[in-house]
Write a protein that binds this ligand. Structure first.
Ligand SMILES: [Zn+2]
Length: 281
């Protein structure tokens, strides 16, 4: 009778140990299986890998804050700000450097090295945008840095007041360049502070080769004709890949590109802009 009880106790203990082992085994197996499925799908599908990177960037984006143009966070005191910058701030625009200081800024119309041959910004070097557009651009830069930590968005123009547009128009009016500048009376999304001219550069500011410089007014700068130019050998695979990378991060951040300028992107359409914002003059 006693022996039978001991045998029964041993059987119960063995069953208990077997149960613990099974639970441990299935837990470990499930974990291994989950991680291997995730990495397989990433390795097998480049697009999926981009989605994963986007999710990681999404977390970083949500953590990123926006420094305002007031108090101790403002790097320039009001006395140091130009009249144009004071006007931007009064209209609710933000300096992109206060939103993302890793983003490069090199205003193409703030020096004579542009197709106008003139500095139409009166020496202003900072670039301002509507807050929503600035946050979208920060997101595009975050996505680019996730793709390659050595790359940055370079912003060459953002808010362009209508007074500056008039200055540009006065230079080109009556010349063959007239067709490349929007008539100030019609206005452009740059006048609202929701359009940007951008490219990609490395950490030292060296720009990626996009096949043409910015403001190259010819078919070679038209995204809609890239495939043909690639076939004809007028654009290289690397140049088209660089443009596609720029479009990819900008579109994923919520911008719309143009078919005729690889560098220009709108944060919203004109109807939304005119409903939401004021033209900056
Ligand atoms: Zn533009």
């Amino acid at each position: 009778m006693r022996i039978a009880a001991v045998r029964s106790l041993i059987r119960v203990r063995l069953l208990f140990l077997l149960f613990v082992f099974m639970v441990f085994f299935f837990t470990v197996k499930t974990r291994i299986s989950y991680s291997s499925t995730a990495s397989d799908s990433v390795a097998a599908d480049g697009h999926h890998r981009e989605e994963i990177a986007g999710e990681v960037c999404g977390v970083e984006r949500r953590q990123g804050g926006l420094k305002m143009q007031t108090g101790d966070t403002n790097p320039a005191s009001p006395a140091e700000l130009s009249e144009m910058e004071k006007k931007f701030i009064a209209a609710g625009l933000v300096n992109i450097a206060d939103v993302d200081d890793s983003l490069m800024v090199d205003l193409k119309y703030a020096s004579p090295q542009n197709f106008l041959g003139a500095d139409v910004y009166g020496g202003m070097k900072a670039c301002y945008l509507q807050r929503d557009a600035a946050l979208k651009l920060k997101n595009a830069n975050d996505l680019l840095k996730c793709h390659n930590p050595k790359l940055r968005i370079l912003l060459a123009d953002g808010c362009r007041p209508r007074s500056v547009q008039r200055r540009m128009w006065a230079i080109v009016e009556g010349t063959p360049m007239q067709r490349y500048v929007a008539n100030p009376s019609a206005g452009s999304l740059h006048n609202y502070g929701v359009a940007v001219d951008v490219t990609i550069c490395d950490e030292n500011g060296n720009r990626l080769d996009m096949g043409t410089p910015m403001d190259y007014f010819g078919a070679l700068s038209h995204p809609r004709e890239e495939v043909r130019f690639l076939k004809e050998g007028k654009l290289t695979k690397q140049q088209v890949a660089a443009r596609r990378l720029l479009r990819n991060v900008m579109q994923r951040a919520g911008f719309q590109g143009l078919e005729i300028e690889w560098w220009h992107f709108n944060a919203c359409d004109k109807k939304t802009a005119s409903r939401t914002y004021q033209v900056i003059d």
